[in-house]
Design a protein around this ligand. Sequence first.
Ligand code: CP
Ligand code: NVA
Length: 309
Amino acid sequence: MTVRHFLDLSDAGGDALAAMIGDAIDRKEARKGQPKGLVDADAPLAGRTLAMIFEKNSTRTRVSFDMAMRQLGGNAMVMQAGTMQLGRGESVADTARVLSRMVDAIMIRTDDHSKIEELAHHATVPVINGLTDRSHPCQIVADLLTLVEHGKALPGLEVAWFGDGNNVLHSFLEAAALLKFNVRYAVPDGYEPEPEFVRFAEAGGVKVTLTRSAEEAAEGADVLVTDTWVSMGQPEAAGKLAAMRPYQVNEALMTFANPDALFLHCLPAHVGDEVSEGVFESAQSVVWDEAENRIHAQKSVLRWAFGQL
Ligand code: CP
Ligand code: NVA
């Protein structure tokens, strides 16, 4: 079998993505109430080790992959890129070849998507995207799991995005094409997502709508999503925060959405900027389930990468 890399959701495809969500729901249910560090009864990744490389900060991705490996019966190691030889000039290609001889899979969070592509090109074990400047596929598996868990059927769902057209929106657009939901995005001029992700979604036959009006995007939406206005590694461009201000998800905006609409945020949040405290702390906000679901989603991504799904 060819090595299964998970650089973007399209590497897996719609059927596999649906299988990951189903697997995550089943496994989460099966271990409900048990201590978080207990190994799942079937220990499907016993004997496997994941190496994690971080070029940027992380709380959720780091802890959820570590706990996911423990629960699946395997091990994980965390490395800050700056403390590796990678941080003082060893090539990505050589790093890939060395780690492939020592561990069973590699997860990387990098500031430049081309590095993960190079890593995957030279690795002989699965490489998983733990966030790049371009995409955040693992986050979206957790987000979709959260929506399904909260009773939302994905096909035909109206998902509304507010603020910066960033890496998380890119992965949402990919997921839309794969699982057939519609995306409206309200972003200021100059902060649109990369056109190739919009084209991918449209080619998948779903509706993708750009608007400059937050209210228009919120109108009849089933899910409202936002993220930090300044992603890691981005310069805080002059005027950006002012341009983002009209796109805050707040109580007034929520009145335009469906009454049972859910609020998602990948976290960390800047409450008072991209989301008001009232919405962040409301019953419609499912951000803590979303954060927990990173563990359950990661387990399914790992099982897929190892050919178990
Ligand atoms: N959402 C997310 O990826 O969080 P971390 O940056 O804490 O990993
Ligand atoms: N868009 C954010 C997501 C953080 C999890 C960033 O890239 O910093």
